[in-house]
Ligand binder design. Structure first.
Ligand SMILES: Cc1cc2nc3c(=O)[nH]c(=O)nc-3n(C[C@H](O)[C@H](O)[C@H](O)COP(=O)(O)OP(=O)(O)OC[C@H]3O[C@@H](n4cnc5c(N)ncnc54)[C@H](O)[C@@H]3O)c2cc1C
Length: 393
């Protein structure tokens, strides 16, 4: 087996790189351990793939170098990918907050990427696992070795091992003495300890619109109670900024100013506060919270300062320390990876190993929930491919 450019992993970034390179007339060996390409794309966005976010900029990415993604995102932006989707007449919609989803199926995105490849230059090796890369750019697979002039590592993160996730990209980087940023599951549900679960578990399935804060970052979206702890978009988002042992604070009544609420409740003196509150929050949640936290049963007009303070601490500033996360099995992404210091931010080429590139989720650039991670995969793949095209032309 021999080829010019070898791409490790036929996920989002690998397919995009294969499309760019083959279109430029460059032969590519695309190696994938799964029996099919783009498996994560297919399960993404509930099967409809949130393929980009119209607001994508470097601000929505967590990295040791917060400016690292700037150049790639500028070179190939959300609007470039939207143009590609439009070129194939794939219908899509904005769900919320700039998040674009396919109307029909995530399969449309995989089809676009495969269609963009010049098949005559694409040597696709499915069911083939990359085991190592040596300093002569010989790619060792479980089916034999492939000599490469350039290698793009697009092997992704560690989440969802059941569909092919592996640490091969990190192993290769480590072998070349490249620095790694510690990896951990992100965009993942958080777990609670037994003393909290004792009552929160009873709310499994209840979803509340909240503001969630941790480490100076806050998100306004829904929180979902689960039988293991907390999930929902606000929790997935905050999990990206949360470290083990950190506190999170939840405001279950973000629209309600406590002072106005006090006045309103006093005005309707005859009403019990918990009954009044049910117009803003699910009744099941209000009643359970009331009982568990032993809030005052008196009518609103009779509440003391202490009653209000207690109310505020459990409804407006509920502070807890999650016991952990649900791990890579449930995480949408991996935070951490190849350290940005080791790569050119313009081309994603390794500074230690010429002609070796790391793109997509294997790099320490992790986006918020909402299409940002695919945009990083597309943008970083284009940046690396453009550099190889320039070198080979
Ligand atoms: C359930 C779920 C839903 C998601 N939804 C969204 C969404 O809607 N929007 C969004 O922006 N992001 C979403 N993400 C995140 C997004 O899927 C990833 O960030 C993105 O796929 C990363 O692209 P990548 O090419 O770097 O890695 P991947 O797409 O994971 O591709 C890596 C490929 O490398 C292959 N591979 C790994 N090891 C080897 C090896 N040793 N040899 C050969 N091949 C190997 C893997 O099988 C895989 O095909 C979701 C993730 C999950 C898990």
């Amino acid at each position: 087996m021999s080829s010019k450019v070898v791409i490790v992993g036929a996920g989002a970034a690998g397919l995009m790189a294969a499309a760019c390179l083959t279109k430029a007339g460059i032969a590519v060996s695309l190696i994938e351990s799964n029996s099919a390409v783009g498996k994560k794309i297919l399960i993404s966005g509930g099967g409809r793939c949130n393929f980009t976010n119209t607001k994508a900029s470097h601000h929505e990415f967590v990295s040791q170098n917060t400016h690292f993604s700037k150049s790639s995102l500028a070179r190939y932006s959300a609007s470039d990918f939207i143009d590609l989707v439009k070129k194939y007449n794939i219908s899509f919609h904005e769900k919320k907050l700039g998040q674009l989803f396919c109307d029909k199926s995530a399969k449309d995105i995989v089809s676009i990427l495969l269609n963009e490849c010049d098949k005559s230059l694409l040597d696709l090796h499915l069911n083939t696992k990359v085991l190592a890369l040596d300093s002569n750019l010989k790619v060792n697979t479980d089916k034999g070795d492939i000599e490469a002039s350039h290698v793009i590592i697009s092997s992704g993160g560690l989440s969802i091992p059941s569909i092919g996730a592996s640490d091969i990209g990190l192993k290769i980087a480590k072998n070349f003495n490249m620095k790694l940023v510690e990896t951990r599951p992100a965009l993942v549900p958080l777990t609670l300890n037994e003393s909290l679960l004792e009552y929160t578990r009873e709310l499994s399935g209840v979803s509340v619109s909240c503001v969630v804060k941790s480490n100076g970052v806050k998100f306004s979206e829904n929180v979902l109670f689960t039988h293991k702890g907390l999930s929902g978009p606000a929790i997935l988002q905050i999990s990206l900024h949360w470290n083990s042992g950190d506190e999170i604070e939840i405001d279950f009544l973000p629209e309600l100013n406590l002072e106005l609420m006090r006045r309103e409740v006093s005005r309707r003196g005859a009403k019990k506060v918990e009954n009044w509150l049910c117009q803003y929050l699910p009744e099941r949640f209000v009643m359970l919270w009331w009982g568990v936290h032993e809030l005052s049963e008196r009518k609103g007009a009779e509440w003391s300062r202490g009653d209000w303070e207690k109310f505020e601490s459990v409804f407006k500033r509920w502070r807890i320390i999650p016991s952990g996360t649900e791990g890579y099995r449930k995480a949408e992404v991996t935070r951490g990876g190849v350290h940005p210091d080791e790569l050119s931010s313009k081309t994603l080429e390794s500074k230690k190993m010429s002609n070796v590139y790391f793109v997509g989720e294997v790099v320490d650039v992790t986006g918020w929930l909402g299409g940002y991670n695919f945009q990083w995969a597309w943008s970083s793949a284009v940046a690396a491919s453009d550099d190889i095209i320039a070198k080979l032309s």
